[in-house]
Design a protein. Structure first.
Length: 103
């Protein structure tokens, strides 16, 4: 828990408490050498990349032409609403999946 300051024009700053949740939505590397395959998981940010996780949320196979993204969006939205943050790479994939679903 920390405090973040947000500057306002002419009014000084506003302090808002930010609650940092230790859960991240990230990818675990699976597969063999040069044949990467990823599991999308909700995991404690203090655990190693391929270590223990809380829940498996989907898979991603970058070698497939069709994208190879298979996600349980209900559970991903549940974790995001609970305060979990996706990694930058996964956030890009989620954004692309959302745009593809709308089209």
């Amino acid at each position: 828990m920390g405090k973040a300051r947000f500057p306002l024009k002419g009014a000084g700053t506003i302090e808002r408490t930010i609650h940092n949740m230790a859960v991240r939505i990230r990818m675990q590397r699976r597969g063999s050498k040069k044949k990467a395959f990823y599991a999308v998981v909700a995991a404690d940010s203090r655990m190693p990349r391929d270590g223990r996780f809380l829940e498996k949320l989907g898979t991603f196979d970058p070698r497939l032409e069709s994208g190879g993204l298979n996600l349980n969006m209900d559970r991903i939205n549940h974790w995001i609403n609970a305060g979990a943050l996706p990694t930058e790479t996964l956030a890009k994939l989620l954004k692309g999946a959302a745009a593809e679903a709308k089209a």
